[in-house]
Design a protein around this ligand. Structure first.
Ligand code: HEC
Ligand code: HEC
Ligand code: HEC
Ligand code: HEC
Ligand code: HEC
Length: 175
């Protein structure tokens, strides 16, 4: 009896592993394949870096902004010498952009149509109305491949504005 049960369990585990392998083999690349597989989880969680260290303008302007290569180089290529994780292929790509003095062509993920006005600084500014980055972008600090945390629909914006007593007349978001 015990033996049979054990076998049944082992077979079950075997099937599960096969199923997982099949899923693994079918895995398509992430929808927003980036020029460098940038690991947010290393930088944000392990090293406790503030989001604003790289997205420097989130608090003070419309756009959160993307980091210039120099920000990466300050740590990875101090004084022009590839140092931190320099042996890793993804960091070697960074070194190549730096040497060529070319910006890294990051693929945009969160991108509203031009007729919509979204000011970051009004959302993340310190004070009682401040919204955490994660409320809109999800647990970025744990992630490697970022995707859209939710579709950027008009009803999503309006639902939160209503909840927090923020204006919802058309001209707030549309010029
Ligand atoms: C404040 C210092 C610092 C800055 C700024 C920084 N990094 Fe890093 N990065 C690190 C450290 C430290 C690690 C190793 C993390 C670990 O393994 O725990 C790392 C790891 C990485 C890795 C993973 C390497 C591997 O193990 O495969 C990549 C890729 C990377 N960084 C790219 C970048 C890019 C691109 C930028 C700029 C957008 C950047 N880093 C900015 C310190 C930094
Ligand atoms: C070391 C620099 C660095 C830090 C720190 C960092 N980011 Fe990023 N972030 C990047 C880079 C590089 C990209 C582009 C690659 C990607 O999308 O993964 C990016 C992309 C993003 C995007 C997608 C932007 C788009 O294209 O729409 C969001 C959202 C984001 N980061 C939020 C955060 C949040 C929230 C934190 C803090 C928890 C954070 N980031 C910390 C460098 C950084
Ligand atoms: C209320 C929701 C919300 C909050 C809070 C928020 N974002 Fe965003 N974020 C967005 C939307 C919407 C976009 C797309 C904006 C556009 O296309 O004009 C965006 C775009 C971005 C981008 C792409 C580049 C850019 O400048 O547009 C980055 C990077 C980013 N956010 C980082 C952050 C960080 C870091 C924080 C916290 C300091 C944060 N966001 C807080 C909703 C939010
Ligand atoms: C999670 C909650 C939340 C979401 C989601 C959100 N907002 Fe907001 N929004 C706020 C808060 C809170 C304020 C008020 C900040 C203040 O009082 O300064 C605000 C303020 C604004 C303002 C300035 C309003 C004024 O009075 O001038 C604009 C414009 C705006 N949001 C656009 C958007 C758009 C566009 C989206 C969707 C892409 C969006 N918001 C999604 C919470 C949110
Ligand atoms: C809090 C922000 C916000 C407010 C307030 C708002 N919108 Fe929008 N609106 C958006 C966003 C974000 C989009 C783009 C996403 C989408 O198409 O769902 C959009 C898209 C639209 C579109 C284009 C839809 C399409 O299919 O391309 C129209 C038309 C529109 N809004 C009209 C209005 C009118 C009329 C009002 C006032 C009754 C209004 N909006 C109020 C955020 C807002």
């Amino acid at each position: 009896m015990g033996k049979l049960l054990e076998r049944a369990l082992l077979a079950g585990v075997g099937l599960l592993i096969l199923a997982l392998l099949a899923i693994g083999a079918n895995r398509t690349p992430p929808p927003h394949a980036q020029p460098i597989a940038f690991p947010h989880e290393f930088h944000s969680a392990l090293n406790r870096m503030d989001c604003m260290y790289c997205h420097t303008s989130a608090e003070g302007s419309q756009d959160a902004g993307m980091p210039a290569v120099k920000i990466c180089a300050d740590c990875h290529i101090p004084a022009g010498v590839p140092t931190v994780r320099a042996e890793k292929p993804e960091v070697q790509k960074l070194v190549a952009y730096w040497r060529a003095q070319k910006p890294i062509p990051w693929v945009r993920i969160y991108d509203l149509p031009d007729h919509v006005h979204f000011p970051h600084m009004r959302h993340v500014s310190v004070g009682s109305s401040g919204v955490y980055c994660q409320e809109c972008h999800g647990p970025v600090q744990l992630k490697r491949d970022l995707g859209l945390n939710q579709p950027l629909t008009m009803s999503w914006c309006i639902a939160c504005h209503e909840l927090r007593g923020v204006r919802t007349d058309c001209v707030v978001c549309h010029y």
